[in-house]
Design a protein around this ligand. Structure first.
Ligand code: UP5
Ligand code: MG
Length: 196
């Protein structure tokens, strides 16, 4: 079976990770957060990419796709090697720019189907507040005002146009992510109930 992918996009702190955890519990997807995979790779003492990843994340910039896609593909391959039936993936925080999209198409064209894009639409100020609040305990090097300004800029300049591109293809399912976690999940449920 081919992997069936839902891309989960939205600004920093829009609630992608939070909602993905809930979707996993309810619908049996495998959640792959590109950001978490990059942070895990950075932590490995023997990684040749550790420093590079840290620099990009702190600056709110987007890591070259070759690195991100190799991590995503490895996770997908491993998951399906263990259980070939486990072919539904939520890919959270990717593709974030043209480079990401081209890298995906080059590596995954014909090898995976993208069902739709789940877009968490959230006011920038709310996004920043959520990340600053989380920053009190997250230990994330990018949950500070300076990095957040850059993350928002990158989101608006690079990621939003990718969402718009998918929108033109009729692939975007948009949710108002400024509401409470429960309210957002109610809307998410409606989408997954419909999409199957
Ligand atoms: N929270 C969540 N939902 C809430 C709600 N409805 N109401 C109130 N509070 C809510 O949530 C963030 C915080 O808000 C939490 O404290 C949560 O409790 C609360 P979370 O679910 O973590 O939001 P999420 O959208 O996942 O936020 P995250 O910070 O992870 O988003 P980013 O897109 O900024 O981060 P990501 O980890 O995806 O990427 C980080 C960096 O990695 C990027 O900036 C980039 O440098 C790099 N990266 C790449 O280069 N390439 C990639 O492909 C991916 C990442
Ligand atoms: Mg996240």
């Amino acid at each position: 079976m081919k992997p069936l992918v839902v891309f989960v996009l939205g600004g920093p702190g829009a609630g992608k990770g939070t909602q993905c955890s809930r979707i996993v519990q309810k619908f049996g997807y495998k959640h792959l957060s590109a950001g978490d995979l990059l942070r895990d790779e950075r932590k490995k003492p023997d990684s040749q990419y550790g420093e590079l990843i840290e620099k990009y994340i702190k600056e709110g910039e987007i890591v070259p796709v070759e690195i991100t896609i190799s991590l995503l593909k490895r996770e997908m391959d491993q998951t399906m090697a263990v259980n070939a039936q486990k072919n539904k993936f939520l890919i959270d925080g990717f593709p974030r720019n043209q480079d990401n999209l081209q890298g995906w198409n080059k590596t995954m064209d014909g090898k995976a189907d993208v069902a739709f894009i789940l877009f968490f639409d959230c006011d920038n100020e709310i996004c920043i507040e959520r990340c600053l609040e989380r920053g009190k305990s997250s230990g994330r090097s990018d949950d500070n005002r300076e990095s957040l300004g850059k993350r928002i800029q990158t989101y608006l300049q690079c990621t939003k146009p990718i969402i718009d591109l998918y929108e033109e293809m009729g692939k975007v399912r948009k949710v108002d992510a400024s509401k409470s976690v429960d309210e957002v999940f109610e809307d998410v449920l409606k989408i997954f109930d419909k999409e199957g």
